[in-house]
Ligand binder design. Sequence first.
Ligand SMILES: [Fe+2]
Length: 346
Amino acid sequence: MKQRFILLLLGMFALATPTNCAASACVTEVSDEAPIEIKLFHHSTLTESAPEIVAEFKRVGFIAVEGVPGFGDAYQQFLATARIFADLSKEEQAVCTGATYAARGWSRGVEVFNGKTDTYKGSYYAVVPNDSSNVWPDESLPQLRNAYQNVATIVLEAGKQILPLVGFTHENVKGLGRMLHYKSVAGGEDDGNANWCGDHRDHGVFTCLCPEAFYRDGEVVSRPANSGLYIEGRPVGIPLEDAISRNVVFFQMGEVIELMTKGDVRATNHLVKKATDGSELFALAVFVDPIDEVIINFGGSSAEIIDKYKDRLTEEEIVSGIVTFDAWNARSLAKYNPKELAPPTV
Ligand SMILES: [Fe+2]
């Protein structure tokens, strides 16, 4: 398993020379700041676009794909259901908080980035496809399970088509969904954190990310100025109606890939800035991670890469150049979830 995983990853470099561009320019709607250029690929031509996709993951660690079959309808259904969940009472939501709420079920205001708590950020984790470890609101909102699993499965399947193009095989990965609800900030409220979600990199292999859905006073609204997703310090997004009608999904690289490629592929720094106009924001991410026993081989990495990740590596692992995903995952969750062992806040 270990050898195959690493060899397949190394196969990525054989694809790394860009050929003629099959992608169109960036997709973004924001005008308040210069957006970052993100390449848009079509789902039907992913295989022939592989060299350019790899080049984009090396350049910025992030791509957009349109034409993902069935995405728009499933995402609309999911968003409608997620909004109902967000309006449930705290008691009804608390029923859905898992024993390990950094990995299953509902929580809000538990993650800490750079010393600041993401007070307004709500998360609902679930394994994809569904299994018995997931927690669902079967009493208060039984339709959430299917709405969530349907769209999460669609984006996970698209992600599994992209991973082999960049050298991974889907036989060694699993999906973990995360419904995101960034609660509106009432006028005058200030928790000392300008972000809904602080600056970070995803710590797994790969993230399938559904475009942002902003609402204000119950209606879909355009992305408010100076808010929403930023990658590498610059805004990125697409109007929700376009994301739905064109079936657009984003994909971004995580820290495991950066470690395994010794920094050749970028794990994307990103954050979500708060809207200050009373808007709330919904989204869904599906993390694609290796199975626990997979070995991350980062041997031969530069001092810069080691320094970047030494907060979650032991001295012994730094010397040997290997760490299991299980250990890496546990330390990463602990880093961002210091309240994990305390009673959850709902
Ligand atoms: Fe993230």
